[in-house]
Design a protein around this ligand. Sequence first.
Ligand code: MLT
Length: 277
Amino acid sequence: MPTLNLDRSSIHYEDFGEESEARPSVMLLHGFPLDGRVWLDVADRLKHAARVIVPDLPGFGRSSVSERFTMDSLAEDVVTIAARLRLGRFVLAGLSMGGYVAQAVVRGYASKLSGLVLCDTRAAPDDETAKQKRDEMIALVRTYGTPAVVDVMLPNMLHSSAYEHQTELVHRLKSIMLDQGPRTIEYAVSAIRDRSDGEKALRESSLPGLVVCGDDDRISPASVARSMGALRSGIDVEIIQGAGHMAPIERPEAVAVAMESAITRWNIGGARRSHMD
Ligand code: MLT
């Protein structure tokens, strides 16, 4: 089981494929309260075209964490993982909370990236109402633990028809959510609540970008995705039909196709070429 020991955490990751001059490197960051398993179907479809790294962020899945984290500390962890794995400049994709982390990487370490994929996420920070809901979730997880958070969140995660009819998918997602520890959930909700605005960094960065969003995402809706795409030229938007907030696990083929064609358009080459940039 590949593991990297960082200062504040031990990171479990999946590594699909080898470093090569011809193939770009891609890292896929999961959302909340989830782990790398939500990206594995996409990784499996992308691995013929790229080296693909799927970490469990600190405290999630099989990764441990020894102290509270913030979006900025997670961003630092992401670039450390990339350096340890010799990714060179890499494409960073983030699902929802992973998208907040990816935007923190753009803010602090844009030169490490060759492209950005933001999936079912948003760039604007929480307003006062959203922050209050985060505080309520912290109180909920402290009192009742992970299952209470899953009960609140699960009905809104998937496309409404998937939630009603795709029992196996609902079960798979639920069991990933139930695997996340209450302490990590508390740290993550605080980090999400306190995250900075991502719009300025996105507007000012010149990275090629792709925003992906399920057509029935009721947490970060398609209208939000379109407004992220409108921040500047060079950020394409792909709306995935038949998906909710979890497009990579609901429609992995469609997400992988959108990502692969974006990466091909960006013409960014492989790891060694990136090292020399
Ligand atoms: C996620 O899926 O990571 C969360 O829904 C993010 C959020 O609540 O803002």
